[in-house]
Design a protein around this ligand. Structure first.
Ligand SMILES: Cc1cc2nc3c(=O)[nH]c(=O)nc-3n(C[C@H](O)[C@H](O)[C@H](O)COP(=O)(O)O)c2cc1C
Length: 431
């Protein structure tokens, strides 16, 4: 008589400690999780709480996208173009969602995308995000447009990746890269999809600017959100002084609140692959380009010795109409040939992570929901967000019949909506 293997009851999802890489309760600190987290059942649920918690200009800055929000909408909808073809009766009782990136093992295939000004939405935001990622064993990328010194974040969460916006002047680039290396950063990400500043009408309408300009309206926006005013802004002022942009350059930048100071947003349109080649010669560790949407650029990145790329339209915040990474992932993964391919923009569900991996990504990054999670509940909020997504991925792997993410490929997907096809070939000259 055939022996039917019994399911291992210890692997049930209801027990978070058995979810691969789950955040152990002890690691979450002694403080009980805020009650509002009980109502947060998915990453998307954080947004409504953050809208209430944050002053209008600040929530507007995080939630907003560019111009008519076409890319932001495409990011939400692109995943729906694919359906799953789950495999059945595969005996996938033990499910391992870990991935290896640049020789390091991470406990889940997602990480925290770099977000500027995170310490304005949450008290010590950059540290909260980086430490939560470290507790969970997943990657976090600290933004160059951040308000806490990189050195401090690296001390608290040594594995954090750093994202640089390259300054305008070659000597400043060298000085920044040398500072980043001295701070102990191993993995360097360079964002390249901001050659000029984006047309964020949304920021203007919401009253957001960098620096923020003191005004009666801004004062009212702060006073009418006392938990943010006292718990984040005044607490920061009292304990750490006025926040400044700390990491755009080797030296300190503009303050976050000023009636006069202009932020030095140097022109980046002149940057080209030679700048990248020069940094490659200077930087020993893994080097990643963020903001690729064309397979030709992926191939150039590979030729310039990049270790990885992040396929991204910046969460729909740069060029409106820039395609969702989901549409271009397969051709980029093909062009990458050995380079690590990661993606972000619009990932909210475990099923999105599974689709991105099936289309050729090795890891995904997520922005806004983690920012909201830190804003509404600090470290416990980010732990909760990570744990929610991790449990969804585990459940989805079970449903798909997967015991490891390495098994996932395009054969698990079927287009259920018309996919954007290839463009017709350009007519030959003389046609
Ligand atoms: C508030 C905010 C600030 C951001 N700041 C940066 C930044 O400083 N550097 C960068 O490369 N990307 C930045 N991004 C883009 C994110 O890294 C990421 O590409 C995007 O948020 C992913 O989309 P999602 O928010 O839909 O997950 C920012 C995004 C947000 C929402």
């Amino acid at each position: 008589m055939a022996v039917i293997p019994q399911p291992d009851s210890s692997a049930r999802i209801s027990d978070p400690a058995t979810v691969p890489g789950a955040v152990p309760q002890a690691a979450q600190g002694a403080r009980p999780a805020p009650r509002l987290l009980r109502k947060v059942l998915s990453l998307a649920d954080f947004e409504a709480h953050a809208r209430r918690r944050l002053p209008r200009p600040i929530f507007g800055y995080v939630s907003g996208a560019v111009e008519d929000h076409l890319s932001a909408r495409d990011n939400r909808e692109a995943f729906d173009a694919y359906g799953f073809k789950p495999r059945v009766l595969t005996g996938a009782v033990a499910r391992d969602q870990s991935v290896t990136l640049f020789g390091k093992r991470y406990s889940s295939p997602f990480g925290l995308a770099p977000m500027g000004l995170s310490a304005l939405t949450a008290y010590r935001g950059d540290i909260v995000l980086a430490e939560a990622a470290q507790r969970a064993g997943i990657p976090a990328i600290m933004s160059g447009s951040s308000l806490i010194r990189l050195e401090e974040v690296m001390e608290r969460a040594p594995g954090t990746w750093f994202q640089a916006y390259l300054p305008g002047d070659p000597a400043q680039i060298d000085a920044l890269i040398d500072r980043v290396a001295r701070a102990g950063v191993q993995t360097l990400v360079i964002t390249v999809d901001t050659p000029v500043s984006a047309n964020r009408e949304n920021n203007v309408r919401a009253g957001f600017s960098t620096p923020l300009r003191p005004s009666l309206r801004l004062a009212w926006d702060g006073l009418s959100h006392p938990r943010w005013l006292v718990g984040t802004f005044l607490r920061t002022l009292v304990r750490h002084g006025m926040p400044h942009f700390e990491n755009n350059y080797a030296t300190r930048g503009a303050p976050i609140l000023s009636s006069k100071v202009l932020r030095d947003l140097s022109e980046r349109a002149y940057l080209n692959w030679e700048h990248i080649a020069k940094i490659r010669r200077r930087w020993d560790g893994p080097m990643i380009i963020k903001g690729i949407l064309d397979a030709r650029d992926a191939a150039i990145a590979r030729r310039h010795g990049m270790d990885g790329i992040i396929v991204s339209n910046h969460g729909g915040r740069q060029l409106d109409g820039a395609a969702s990474p989901v549409h271009v992932l397969p051709e980029i993964a093909e062009a990458a040939r050995g380079m690590t391919v990661m993606m972000d923009s619009g990932v909210r569900r475990g099923t999105h992570v599974a689709k991105a991996l099936a289309l050729g990504a090795q890891c995904v990054f997520i922005g806004r929901p983690f920012n909201y999670a830190a804003a509404v509940a600090g470290p416990a909020g980010v732990d909760h967000a990570i744990s929610l997504l991790r449990q969804e991925i585990d459940r989805d792997m079970g449903m798909l019949g997967l015991s490891s993410l390495q098994q996932l490929d395009a054969s698990y997907l079927v287009p259920v909506r018309p996919l954007p096809g290839r463009m017709p070939a350009a007519p030959a000259a003389g046609d």
